[in-house]
Design a protein around this ligand. Sequence first.
Ligand code: GUN
Length: 285
Amino acid sequence: MTAQIINGKELSADLKQEMKAEVETLKQKGLTPHLTVILVGDNPASKSYVKGKEKAAAETGISSSLIELPDSTSENDLLQLIKELNEDTSVHGILVQLPLPEQISEQKVIETIHPDKDVDGFHPINIGKMMTGEDTFLPCTPYGIITMMKSKNIPLEGKHAVVIGRSNIVGKPVGQLLLNENATVTYCHSKTKNLKELAANADILIAAIGRAHALTGEYVKDGAVVIDVGINRQADGKLTGDVDFESAKEKASFITPVPRGVGPMTITMLLKNTIKAAKGLSAIE
Ligand code: GUN
């Protein structure tokens, strides 16, 4: 079998077209969704992600502003700024790009953003709502992954999903969303003993390890759906995934590439969340 490729860039382009039309309608009703992004320090990867977010927002007619703060910013100053943005009725979504310099507690920052403006879906209230299946902001990468699978009508109910990686941003929430879709979920991580055996048992394999080409075709069951969340920068500067694409695609039924896979979807779902925030805060549909 040679896998069908799920192209996240193309799907993103389609979704952005739909959102553009929706934003146009909201604007006619006097509502322009606005996202404020805060970038602390000058981590090059973070800078490039933030640029991507601003560009995608502009493409859909969402307005955005970027607040850049020095690496030496104190925790108090950042928390104070977030509190001001919480009160600012022209701001619908607040995103603080992670990671943060070590003097700032990421958890405190996440908990200070008002849950109704938490377009990352990282606030404990929103995580709790996700767990109980209530309508809320879903973390962007897991939301993008589920959207990609649904776009191909891939059945999730009763399937064995194996998630490799347990980060708060990707691994844990994507497992929860798969459970919400009635999949049977196994979480694997760095202490897991029989990784290859578990992975090779998966109907749906989610790779969020952070190590280039860690999963070869040997880890993939025939006909499995393989979702590669890895974004590893190679020595030549090119991006590559956690999956060895060439060997995995020979066994999978569907596979996501890197680049043009999950990455673009993450930004697209952030825009979805920003529109949701704007509608929720303004009570305009
Ligand atoms: N850093 C890496 N991914 C993310 C994300 O989804 N949101 C934020 N705020 N920071 C990140």
